[in-house]
Ligand binder design. Structure first.
Ligand code: PEP
Ligand code: MN
Length: 359
């Protein structure tokens, strides 16, 4: 249930509405809307005497919230949430791009890619240290040392780090070294893990599960919010359908649907959605056109020899070309362009061929 309180209500008058609700044992989340204040009620609302609240002069209206997700519900929080990460943000009207290798392989590799994606306009660096692989025999990631290599790349570029957490035993380490905690598709309904990241102070990027509905996905976000961590970013990364040509099927409808159902930012990962590098750009453009708050894209300096997901990774040059087109779409729909700006590349002696071709 939400209670909409009129504009220009004094703090005392607001208290008069909130206090009796708290006496009923309800948790009241207070959000400032445009021209009104929204009180979102959590708990057993069947005891609320709706008529009594409607009769209060400061109350504009009372609305039921039938959906099982509450804090993540747009009815609780009418404005878009912008998740702040240092000086950067995701959501709230801009368009932010997270880019980097599927998996961190060496300090040199990740720092080089970080430089290149930054020059192309990315504002976050992604890189997997712990890889949740379908096969137990596949490369499982470089583990904790990879987090240190990501920190080195951050020291050089300043790009905040996004990396996947798979096990609650690494929460302290991630709290210290990582800026945005990624929860992967395979762990979307790992409720113990969700509760643990809900206690952390870092923003969480929650990927949609392989076969999960919008409601299940938002309910997973609710697990995090319910623990007090309200900085959640949703990431559509394709779902399993009968089509086998692509790795998954990008559900582009998820973007407008989630934006209607929730105030949380939603970004799109075209790389895992299609599994083919040549298809990443058109899907990224579609995501920008449909109103996503940003992208997560896999970029590798040597995709043919990548330890993980090379077939869907863009080269830095391809990423740069994609970013230029994405920026046109972002501007065409009236949004601010990528938070990072595309900088002109200077020829570097040790630079690879693709960078030189780009000039
Ligand atoms: C990843 O981002 O590298 C990854 C494993 O993604 P997903 O959880 O979407 O499969
Ligand atoms: Mn990957």
């Amino acid at each position: 249930m939400v209670i909409i309180v009129k504009q220009h209500t004094s703090p005392d008058e607001l208290r008069q509405v909130i206090q009796p609700l708290e006496w009923l044992g309800l948790e009241v989340s207070v959000t400032q809307g445009i021209g009104h204040t929204v009180l979102g009620l959590l708990g057993d609302v069947s005891c609320v005497d709706v008529e009594r609240f409607l009769s209060l002069p400061q109350v504009e209206t009372v609305m039921e919230v039938p959906e099982p997700y509450k804090k993540a519900n747009r009815k609780f929080h009418p404005q878009d949430t912008a998740v702040q990460v240092g000086g950067a943000h995701i959501g709230g009207g801009g368009f932010s791009v997270i880019a980097g290798p599927c998996s961190v392989e060496s300090p040199g590799q990740v720092t080089e890619i970080a430089r290149q994606v930054q020059q192309a306009g990315a504002s976050f660096l992604r890189g997997g240290a712990f890889k949740p692989r379908t096969s137990p025999y596949a490369f499982q990631g470089m583990g904790e040392q990879a987090l240190e290599w990501l920190e080195e790349a951050k020291a050089v570029t300043g790009l905040p780090i996004v990396s996947e957490l798979t096990n609650p035993k690494y929460c302290d380490c991630f709290e210290e070294k990582v800026d945005v905690i990624q929860i992967g598709a395979r762990n979307m309904q790992n409720f113990d893990l969700l509760r643990e990241v809900g206690k952390m102070s870092k923003p969480v990027l929650l990927k949609r599960g392989l076969s999960n509905t919008y409601e299940e996905w938002i309910l997973s976000a609710e697990y995090i919010l319910a623990q007090g961590n309200e900085q959640v970013i949703l990431c559509e990364r394709g779902i399993r359908t009968m089509e086998s040509y692509t790795r998954n099927t990008l559900d582009i409808s998820a973007v407008p649907a989630i934006r209607k159902m929730s105030h949380l930012p939603v970004v799109v990962d075209p790389s895992h959605a299609c599994g083919k590098s040549w298809m990443v750009e058109p899907l990224a453009l579609a995501a920008a056109a449909v109103g996503a708050d940003g992208l997560m894209v896999e970029v590798h300096n040597d995709p043919a020899h990548a330890k993980c997901d090379g077939q869907q990774s863009l080269t830095p040059m391809q990423f740069r070309e994609m970013m230029e087109k994405v920026n046109h779409v972002v501007e065409a729909i009236g949004k601010r362009g990528t938070v990072g700006r595309i900088t002109r590349l200077e020829p570097r002696k040790e630079g690879n061929g693709c960078l030189k071709k780009c000039l």
